[in-house]
Design a protein around this ligand. Structure first.
Ligand code: COA
Length: 162
C-alpha cells in the first residue's frame, strides 16, 4: 500500500489545498493530511483542533484520507507513520526555491522523498495569509475556501478583528 503525507500549516485550509488533496488522494492508496507548525510564522489564527475539524468537513467524501496534527519535525512524524513520501504544492518559482531547500533537508534528516504537485492555475494566487486578510476586511471568502467551511472561517476571522 502506497501512502503519502501532505503537511502544512493550513491556517485556514483553502480551495488550493483541497485541490492538492483531491489530486494526491487519486494517486496514493492513503493520504495523511498533517497539520503542523511553522516556527517562523506568527501564532495561528485557528487552533489545531479547529483546523482538524475543517479538514474533516471538507474531505468527508474522500475515503482514503486521514487527518492528523503533529508537533516537532516533519521527518519524525513521517517515520512514526512509516511513510516516506511527502507531497508539497508549487505555485510559483519562489515556492520552488523554498520547497527545494525543505525537501533536501528532510531527505537528509529522515530519508523521505518530496513529490511536488504544481497547483491548478485557478488557485495560484490563493494563500492562507491572503484569506485571513480578505476576511478581516469584511469581504466574503467565496472562491477562496471550500464552501463547507466558508461561513465559519469568515465569521471567525471577521469577528476577531472587530
Ligand atoms: N494552494 C494555495 N495556497 C497554497 C497551496 C495551494 N495548493 N499550497 C500552499 N499554499 C500556501 C499556504 O496557504 C501557505 O500560505 P501562508 O504562507 O500564507 O500561510 C503557503 O503556501 C505555504 O505554507 P504551508 O503549506 O502551510 O507550509 P509551510 O511552509 O508553512 O510549512 C510545515 C508547514 C508544517 C510543513 C513545515 O513548517 C514543517 O515541516 N514544520 C515542522 C518542522 C520541520 O520539520 N521543519 C522542516 C525542517 S527542514
Amino acid at each position: 500500500m502506497q501512502s503519502a503525507i501532505y503537511p502544512g500549516t493550513f491556517d485556514p485550509p483553502t480551495l488550493g489545498h483541497l485541490n492538492v488533496i483531491q489530486r494526491a488522494a487519486g494517486r496514493f492508496d492513503r493520504l495523511v493530511v498533517a497539520i503542523g507548525e511553522n516556527p517562523s510564522k506568527v501564532t495561528p489564527s485557528f487552533s489545531l483542533e479547529e483546523r482538524v475539524q475543517f479538514f474533516k468537513e471538507i474531505t468527508d467524501q474522500l475515503p482514503n484520507i486521514a487527518i492528523c496534527s503533529f508537533k516537532g519535525l516533519l521527518v519524525d512524524f513521517a517515520q512514526a507513520q512509516k511513510i516516506d513520501i511527502i507531497i508539497r504544492a508549487i505555485r510559483t518559482i519562489f515556492d520552488f526555491e523554498y520547497e527545494t531547500l525543505q525537501a533536501q533537508m528532510n531527505r537528509q534528516l529522515g530519508a523521505v522523498e518530496t513529490f511536488y504537485l504544481v497547483v491548478d492555475e485557478k488557485y495560484r494566487l490563493i494563500s492562507s495569509t491572503l484569506v485571513r486578510e480578505i476576511a478581516s476586511h469584511g469581504k466574503r471568502l467565496h472562491g477562496f475556501v471550500p464552501a463547507e467551511i466558508e461561513e465559519a472561517v469568515f465569521q471567525r476571522l471577521y469577528h476577531n478583528q472587530t
